[in-house]
Design a protein around this ligand. Structure first.
Ligand SMILES: C[S@@+](CC[C@H](N)C(=O)[O-])C[C@H]1O[C@@H](n2cnc3c(N)ncnc32)[C@H](O)[C@@H]1O
Length: 197
C-alpha cells in the first residue's frame, strides 16, 4: 500500500475508500519535470493511480495546479528526492510500474555519486515493485545508460535494453529532438526475483 502521509492532493476530495484505492494499479513517475507524461497517462488511464515524484517545488506546484484544473482525481504528487520517496512512502510490492524519462545524467566524474539508478537503489525499486512488473528508464545519455546496465546484476531484474524513437513528448524529449536526436536509450527492468531490503 502507498503511505500517502506527505503527498499533496491535487484535488480536495475526501477519499476514504481505502480498499478501492488499494486494489488500483499504482504507477510512479520519477522526476516528472513539467508533468506532460504524468498528466497524459493519468488522463488516459483513470482506473489507475499515478504518483509523481519531483524534487523541485516550482514544478510540484505547477503540475499539481494542472492536475486540479483538469479534474484528475487519480494523481498524487510527492515533493521529495526520489531516493527517500521509495523508502519512506511505499511499502513492499505496492507499485505496478515505475518510469523515469530523461533522468539527470550527472556526466562529470565527480558527480557520478549523484546518479539515481545505482545498484542499491535498483534493489529498493525491486522491493517496492510487484512481481513481474517493470521499471523503465529512458535517457539520451549513452554513458548513463551504460552505467545503469552495470548496476543491474543482483538486483532481481531481467534486463531489456534497446533504442527507441521519440514518443513521450516531454520537455526534455522535445529539447533533444530539436538538437537532432532521433533515438534514445531505454532500459526495461522486469522483476523476476524479489529482493528483501
Ligand atoms: C532532465 S529533467 C527531465 C524532466 C522530464 N522527465 C522530462 O522528460 O522533461 C529531470 C527531472 O528530474 C528531477 N529530479 C532530479 N533528481 C531528482 C531526485 N533525486 N528526486 C526527484 N526528482 C529529481 C529534476 O528536478 C527534473 O525535473
Amino acid at each position: 500500500m502507498f503511505k500517502d502521509t506527505r503527498v499533496l492532493m491535487p484535488d480536495q476530495e475526501n477519499r476514504t475508500d481505502k480498499n478501492r484505492q488499494g486494489a488500483r494499479q499504482v504507477e510512479v513517475e520519477i522526476g516528472f519535470g513539467d508533468g506532460d507524461y504524468l498528466i497524459r497517462r493519468a488522463s488516459e488511464c483513470p482506473e489507475r493511480m499515478f504518483i509523481g515524484i519531483e524534487k523541485k517545488t516550482s514544478l510540484v506546484t505547477k503540475v499539481s495546479k494542472k492536475a486540479v484544473s483538469l479534474n484528475l482525481s487519480n494523481i498524487r504528487i510527492l515533493r521529495s528526492c526520489a531516493k527517500d520517496a521509495f523508502s519512506d512512502h511505499f511499502t513492499t510490492g505496492s507499485v505496478s510500474r515505475v518510469y523515469a524519462l530523461f533522468p539527470d545524467p550527472w556526466p562529470k566524474k565527480k558527480h557520478i555519486k549523484y546518479r539515481l539508478f545505482s545498484s542499491p537503489y535498483l534493489r529498493l525499486l525491486n522491493n517496492r515493485l510487484l512481481f513481474g512488473s517493470e521499471a523503465i528508464i529512458v535517457t539520451d545519455s549513452e554513458a548513463y545508460h551504460q552505467w545503469i546496465l552495470k548496476q543491474t546484476p543482483g538486483t532481481g531484474f531481467e534486463v531489456e535494453n534497446d533504442t527507441i524513437p521519440p514518443q513521450f513528448d516531454t520537455k526534455f524529449e522535445r529539447k533533444w529532438v530539436e538538437q537532432e536526436f532521433r533515438s534514445f536509450f531505454r532500459i526495461i527492468l522486469r522483476k523476476i526475483e524479489h529482493i528483501d531490503t
